[in-house]
Design a protein. Structure first.
Length: 245
């Protein structure tokens, strides 16, 4: 595991989605640094102890204009730094919604016998974004994927999909390490129990989203003895805005 850059127990922050869009493609294709600066400034004003943000990226928008996307990512990092915020970029998303979908990765993209599958589909994206910021002190964690493999990872009926998704993210984890990422990698899991245990081999730190926590089977005590844990996202799900971790 990489050395921790600071005390993770001191992290106080939010998920941040700019208000000018509702999907990854829209947010990054219509990137607006002025709105981001204004909204982050408000966040710091009302929550002065805020010191971190979890910020979703979009491989779809990167595919359209790689250099523009990379430049805008740098602009966002600079704005966050101006307000003294460390950043947890979210590289991929697997949470989807029937009413207002964010976009991201779908089953077709990591299923080898599917026409939309290509083994190196996201390699250029990872090499460019993670590789260009492999030693960036503004990044304290790379969130490899938001809520992958929804459902029961132990369900035999889902075994093939679960295996395919794991293999894909294992490849992305290895690629991040290959390009020299020094910040820890994590996977933002729904719940905490079996999901967190399932993704632990690909997580330098454990991160989880305890929605409906009463229905979630928690991990056995001591399961993650050597990994710090962060609650990334909690409370009622919303379409956009800030969550907390």
């Amino acid at each position: 595991m990489n050395a921790m850059p600071f005390d993770y127990s001191a992290i106080r922050g939010f998920n941040y989605q700019p208000s000018y869009g509702s999907s990854g493609m829209e947010l990054w294709r219509r990137f607006d640094a002025d709105i981001i600066r204004k909204e982050i400034g408000r966040g710091k004003k009302f929550f002065p102890k805020m010191n971190a943000v979890r910020f979703w990226l979009s491989p779809d928008a990167f595919a359209r204009e790689p250099e523009v996307f990379a430049l805008n990512f740098e602009k966002a990092l600079a704005i966050f730094a101006d307000y003294g915020l460390q950043v947890m970029p979210v590289l991929f998303n697997r949470w989807h919604d029937l009413e207002l979908d964010y976009g991201g990765v779908y089953i077709d993209h990591f299923t080898p016998d599917n026409w939309a599958y290509r083994a190196d589909l996201y390699d250029t994206y990872v090499r460019k974004i993670v590789g260009s910021h492999r030693n960036d002190p503004r990044i304290f964690v790379w969130d490899l994927c938001n809520e992958p493999c929804p459902g029961n990872v132990k369900d035999p009926a889902l075994a093939k999909r679960v295996t395919n998704e794991y293999n894909w993210l294992e490849g992305m984890y290895r690629l991040c390490k290959e390009v020299g990422a020094t910040a820890p990698l994590t996977i933002g899991t729904w719940g905490h129990g079996e999901q967190a245990i399932h993704w632990e081999p690909l997580s330098d730190i454990i991160t989880f989203h305890p929605y409906a926590v009463g229905a979630v089977v928690m991990a056995p005590s001591g399961q993650f003895e050597f990994s710090p844990e962060i609650c990334q996202d909690a409370g009622a799900k919303k379409k956009a805005g800030m969550g907390f971790f």
